[in-house]
Design a protein around this ligand. Structure first.
Ligand SMILES: [Zn+2]
Length: 271
């Protein structure tokens, strides 16, 4: 099936959709919008896999988020088995999240927490390589810094020195600057952007800087709905607004950009 739009990162598995998930599935299918359903822990991964149906444009990404919810012990065997499923198109969201001390949610030994996240990420990099699938990277720096991105890039470079298939991936909800983007490009990674582009100009420069083949559009639904839906529950169908924002910021023809973004997502996830 030819999809009009592809949401490269959303959470249709989130409890925010428990009440009307079937209606949303039907609507996405009818509007020819594909969605990549991203897991963050065991329960969310199970829901993502159950929702996946490539024929209907729903794909799963399985992984353990660096800091969301209760830190689960990483069940490596279970994740390895999931990673092999054909409907699983990437591993994540995984990475490093250093935002916690700012948010006041984290208290304890900072170095110990960073080590925990490093090892959790390392296991998932290894799994992605073992099945030759891309990584869906979550990076969130301490406010006013690029620290988590710097460490993610260092870890990816270190991992890529070990023998094995090339490490591929996407920096989801990209909030880095041009220099960080350049380093992801050097590794062959893409960067994805959300509805945030519709209400701030903070990322315009980096959106213009990236080559057109290195950008993905996502919603991260149910979070951060784009204008004019701000404050409401976000949905994959609003990825249209993200596509339009990317075309506008880059000064490209919307239809040409739409095709380009679809091609990027198809290539990235091997759809
Ligand atoms: Zn997400």
């Amino acid at each position: 099936m030819e999809f009009e739009y592809i949401d490269a990162h959303g959470h249709l598995n989130d409890k925010a959709f428990d009440a009307d998930r079937d209606a949303i599935k039907a609507e996405l299918l009818e509007q020819k919008i594909a969605t990549v359903v991203v897991g963050t822990d065991v329960a969310m991964n199970e829901k993502a896999i159950a929702l996946a149906n490539p024929e209907e444009g729903r794909y799963a990404v399985i992984g353990q988020h660096p800091s969301d919810g209760h830190p689960e012990v990483f069940d490596n065997d279970r994740y390895r088995a999931w990673a092999k499923l054909p409907e699983v198109v990437a591993i994540g969201e995984c990475g490093l999240d250093y935002y916690w001390p700012e948010a006041g949610e984290w208290s304890g030994d900072e170095q110990k927490e960073k080590r925990r996240q490093y090892h959790l990420f390392a296991e998932q990099i290894d799994i992605a390589r073992s099945v030759d699938k891309p990584l869906m990277i979550h990076g969130r720096p301490t406010k006013g810094t690029m620290d988590a991105y710097v460490d993610i890039l260092a870890q990816l470079r270190e991992a890529s020195r070990a023998p094995g298939p090339e490490i591929r991936g996407n920096a989801h909800f990209f909030a880095g600057d041009k220099e960080i983007a350049r380093q992801f490009l050097d590794l062959g990674f893409t960067c994805s952007f959300t509805g945030v582009l519709t209400f701030t100009t903070d990322y315009d420069e980096v959106v213009r800087y990236l080559p057109k083949g290195s950008i993905l559009a996502e919603t991260d639904a149910p979070y951060v709905a784009p204008k004019p839906y701000r404050g409401k529950r976000n949905e994959s169908k609003y990825v249209r607004e993200v596509y339009a924002a990317i075309a506008r910021i880059r000064g490209e023809d919307p239809e040409i950009m739409r095709k380009q973004l679809n091609e990027n997502a198809r290539r990235f996830f091997a759809l």
